[in-house]
Design a protein around this ligand. Structure first.
Ligand SMILES: Cc1cc2nc3c(=O)[nH]c(=O)nc-3n(C[C@H](O)[C@H](O)[C@H](O)COP(=O)(O)OP(=O)(O)OC[C@H]3O[C@@H](n4cnc5c(N)ncnc54)[C@H](O)[C@@H]3O)c2cc1C
Length: 461
């Protein structure tokens, strides 16, 4: 029997909800309750331990170039368990002209690389002279890239990146909302080359041609270690198998209808996906619910395959992995070489690969049967890494509503959502559906949300 009323209830036990609870507890907000519909916490973050392998269902880790997750890890006393990616995982590949080709790590390397034709490279360099778009423009990645760097660079470099990282489609995702750093470089410095030169002068340059700055970082036993530490801290204030169905507005807060009974609270944080929040809010705020339900999600499937090391020797997976551009005509989005990134993920002599399938590029493919997905993964691994052997072990993880897509119009939709929230004091939305998808973004947004909840409760007294 859950007692109440609570100062705050958090709905959703993914990283966004758990981190919000961590910071609210730190701020002394009690009584607090976290409700999770599933029998386990973590949402998309879940590690499986199988026959000596450490296999991630979703995220592999976070980048260490932002302080938020690292700081929270320290606060949880978990810093001794951190596991940075191996130095060899600096090497990343793109499948181009029927071969895996390294993504150049330096400017001279870029000029020598066969990833772009001489014309494509020349077109990219003219970026210096392209005028910036007006700040209010909300372009798709395709519109932005064809205007600034040319179609060839879009297809060869940006398209595989957006598919690999966001399961996104460059024709649909908003540059401003999905890649705010690139948008700001153009707005602030007039262009990407100008911006990168200025940042270098200021000593603030980050990352390089191979991907976002920072090193991928996980935990000795995978990302579930972070989830478990947060779960332990929240303790009995966390209830699983507790789904929130709808809410009612009351004079002093909200009344939640849940599968574990009715619960009263002064403030409420919805850390569910946007469509989940939309369903919960339909009866008390139909217009807000409509906006939330419009945020699209891309399905994605992860096929984990284990091979004997000697069966992968025709293209040894030493590096981070590879991405596949749409125009290459393969079925997979890319492949992460997990046991090269984190050597403890597989026992000696074995190799663990994770293939990504579907996304907004081929949404229907992600929801094919597990057998078909394994077949697709094996066919494309034969074409890319020339692996013909049968895998020793396979696991398929399907995320039907995998990754929210910040499509063109996302920033306007967020403003609409904020407007509607003004009529619901004490109700907050915080998940990866709004202002950042990476784990660092989720933690940063959770810090901000917990500050806003604390402020609200202070004023309320
Ligand atoms: C395949 C894949 C790979 C990824 N790789 C990376 C990576 O390497 N690095 C990185 O930084 N990010 C990565 N991401 C993104 C990252 O995993 C997510 O952005 C993040 O985990 C989302 O956390 P969240 O808490 O916002 O949402 P979720 O994890 O979706 O959690 C939401 C929770 O709410 C619960 N819930 C829903 N409705 C209700 C309800 N009515 N009542 C109670 N509970 C409810 C759900 O059960 C769920 O547990 C990846 C994502 C995927 C899918």
């Amino acid at each position: 029997m859950i007692k109440g009323p609570f100062q705050t209830v958090i709905v959703g036990g993914g990283i966004s909800g758990l981190a919000t609870a961590h910071y609210l507890l730190k701020a002394g907000v009690t009584p607090l309750l976290l409700l999770e519909a599933a029998p386990y916490i973590g949402g998309k973050m879940r590690t499986r331990y199988l026959e000596g392998f450490i296999i991630e269902e979703g995220p592999n880790g976070f980048l260490d170039n932002k302080p938020h997750t690292l700081k929270m890890v320290e606060e949880l006393g978990l810093d001794g368990e951190l596991c940075p990616a191996s130095p060899q995982s600096e090497k990343r590949y793109i499948f181009a002209r029927r071969r895996l080709r390294p993504i150049p790590l330096s400017l001279p390397g870029f000029f020598l690389s066969p990833l772009l034709s001489p014309w494509g490279k020349a077109r990219l360099m003219t970026e210096y002279f392209v005028k910036p778009a007006p700040p209010e423009a909300d372009e798709s990645l395709t519109q932005f890239a064809t205007r600034r760097i040319g179609r060839e660079a879009l297809e060869a470099l940006l398209d595989p990146m957006v598919a690999g990282v966001y399961a996104g489609n460059p024709d649909r995702v908003s540059l401003k909302s999905t890649f705010p750093t690139i948008y700001e470089l153009e707005q602030r410095y007039g262009g990407l080359i100008k911006g990168m030169l200025a940042l270098r002068r200021e000593g603030r340059a980050q990352g390089g041609p191979s991907g976002p700055g920072g090193r991928l970082t996980s935990f000795r036993k995978g990302v579930s270690q972070l989830i478990e530490a947060l779960g332990r801290e929240i303790g009995e204030r966390l209830v699983t198998r507790a789904q929130v169905i709808s809410i009612l507005k009351e004079e002093k807060g909200y009344l939640l209808e849940t599968t574990v009974g009715a619960i009263r609270t002064r403030s409420l944080v919805l850390s569910t996906p946007a469509y989940g929040a939309g369903n919960i809010l339909t009866s008390i705020a139909p217009e807000l619910a409509r906006e939330l339900l419009k945020i699209p999600y891309a399905p994605i499937s992860v096929v984990a395959l284990v091979y004997k090391k000697e069966d992968t020797m025709r293209f040894p997976p030493n590096g981070f992995g590879f991405l596949v551009p749409r125009k290459a005509g393969l079925s997979i989005l890319g492949c992460l070489w997990d046991s090269s990134i984190f050597p403890n993920r597989a026992p000696e002599g074995k190799v663990l690969l994770r293939v990504m399938i579907g996304g907004d590029r081929q949404p229907a493919l992600a929801m094919e049967s597990p057998e078909k997905l394994v077949g697709i993964a094996r066919k494309d691994l034969a074409l890319t890494m020339r692996i013909s052997a049968s895998p020793l072990l396979v696991q398929v993880f399907q995320h039907e509503k995998g990754i929210p897509q910040y499509v063109v119009g996302h920033s306007t939709r967020l403003k609409e959502i904020e407007k509607h929230l003004k009529g619901l004091p004490g109700l907050f939305l915080n998940s990866n559906a709004y202002r950042g998808i990476g784990l660092n973004d989720c933690v940063a947004n959770s810090i901000e949300t917990s500050n806003r909840v604390s402020e609200f409760l202070k004023d309320y007294k």
